[in-house]
Design a protein around this ligand. Structure first.
Ligand SMILES: NC(=O)C1=CN([C@@H]2O[C@H](COP(=O)(O)OP(=O)(O)OC[C@H]3O[C@@H](n4cnc5c(N)ncnc54)[C@H](OP(=O)(O)O)[C@@H]3O)[C@@H](O)[C@H]2O)[C@@H](O)CC1
Ligand SMILES: Nc1ncnc2c1ncn2[C@@H]1O[C@H](COP(=O)(O)OP(=O)(O)OP(=O)(O)O)[C@@H](O)[C@H]1O
Ligand SMILES: [Mg+2]
Length: 329
């Protein structure tokens, strides 16, 4: 793995700041490439000195009667990117289904229990990051439990990636993550509009996506926001980056779940790496750029093999090769 010396990547952060509002595609590509150089720096080396768990213990909060695929996609993606252990906290009836997809996941059927917050809280000291929302559903009792889990995670300073129905909860209660600098939100087009409307009374669907994302992030107290789309726009309220990695035209469900699971691991790695590796750039911005690029590269590679029949399972099979070509070549 190439470790980029700090001087070589020095343009990545300051350059991005100065060009925050540049719309020029060449600049976006250059900024993205500079950020990806820094992402390579945060990837932990695989050595014989480590024990199981050190490269990441990730929890996914989601999985209910309707949705069992989404939490599976997120949790297995975390493992495939390089986490050592991946947990799913889901409802009682979703658990056997998710377990049956993979023996590699640790599945806790606790989310609809009256003691859900306590049950998850017991695991929090052993988790490095939490991905909240894939396949969670919108049941009020479940969302109430997730509120408690988010509060407990914040109290322990645990990084949280919030996606899908987790964003539905945040749109109703933005105070839950207001100002929490270890949170990353990953809205799709619809989720972004909902959040923006709730926080800014404006759907943020004008032509300047960069400014809309920066405004939402800033209004939430510099929580990192990743707006997924034709380009992924990423901001911490100060800097704005765009991921323009080539993906594919296939829009099957579950690609965002892959992204959120990958991001859970990368957030942990980026925060642990320290400022000398991230060259003063926001670790969460770098993690987001890494996860977006990886997801799109998986999509591209899977599409080359499977064309129109590509599904998220095909993309997950590409996580290893895509990771190598982006970050270890
Ligand atoms: N296999 C599984 O278990 C999976 C489960 N999943 C889980 O499902 C839950 C709900 O998540 P969600 O994403 O379907 O809900 P939400 O954002 O309300 O979208 C609803 C509607 O909005 C529209 N729409 C969407 N994108 C758009 C766009 N870019 N541009 C324009 N319109 C767009 C589109 O409606 P249309 O207008 O096309 O009819 C869409 O149907 C959540 O828990 C999630 O994790 C998924 O992860 C997939 C795999
Ligand atoms: N129009 C597009 N062109 C290229 N890539 C896209 C486009 N829209 C989304 N993507 C990519 O697809 C991935 C998932 O984004 P999407 O907006 O589909 O999320 P989502 O709706 O949350 O997915 P999910 O079905 O998992 O809930 C991201 O990597 C994003 O970059
Ligand atoms: Mg989604």
């Amino acid at each position: 793995m190439a470790v980029i010396p700090v001087w070589a990547a020095a343009g990545a952060c300051g350059g991005v700041l100065q060009r925050a509002f540049s719309l020029h595609k060449a600049h976006s590509i250059k900024d993205m490439e500079n950020a990806l150089q820094l992402v390579r720096n945060i990837i932990p080396p695989l050595t014989s000195q480590k024990h199981k768990g050190q490269d990441g213990r990730i929890g996914v909060v989601g999985g209910c009667q309707e949705y069992t695929g989404a939490p599976y996609f997120a949790a297995i993606s975390a493992l495939k990117v390089g986490a050592d252990l991946s947990h799913v906290f889901c409802t009682r009836e979703a658990a056997p289904v998710i377990k049956s997809y993979s023996p590699e996941l640790i599945v806790h059927p606790v989310l609809d229990s009256p003691s859900a917050v306590h049950d998850v809280e017991e695991w929090l000291p052993r988790l490095h990051a939490l991905v909240v929302g894939p396949g969670l559903g919108r049941n009020d009792a479940l969302l109430e439990n997730v509120k408690g889990i988010l509060e407990a995670s914040k109290a322990r300073d645990i990084p949280v990636v919030i996606d899908a129905d987790g964003l539905w909860l945040i749109a109703r209660h933005p105070a839950l993550i207001q100002g929490y600098r270890k949170a990353v939100l990953t809205p799709n087009h619809v989720e972004f509009g909902r959040l923006s409307e709730a926080v800014l009374r404006d759907p943020g669907n004008g032509s300047d996506r960069r400014e809309a994302v920066r405004r939402l992030s800033r209004a939430l107290g510099n929580v990192t926001v990743v707006q997924k789309g034709e380009r992924d726009v990423i901001s911490d309220g100060e800097q704005v980056l765009e991921c323009v990695q080539e993906g594919s035209g296939r829009r099957c469900g579950g690609q965002g779940d892959l992204l959120s699971g990958a991001l859970g691991v990368l957030v942990h790695w980026a925060l642990r790496a320290g400022p000398e590796k991230t060259n003063g750039c926001s670790p969460l911005l770098l993690a987001a750029m890494g996860a977006c690029s990886l997801t799109r590269q998986c999509s591209r590679q899977a599409f080359q093999k499977h064309g129109r029949s590509t599904t998220t399972t095909d993309m997950i099979a590409e996580v290893g090769p895509a990771f190598r070509s982006l970050f270890e070549a």
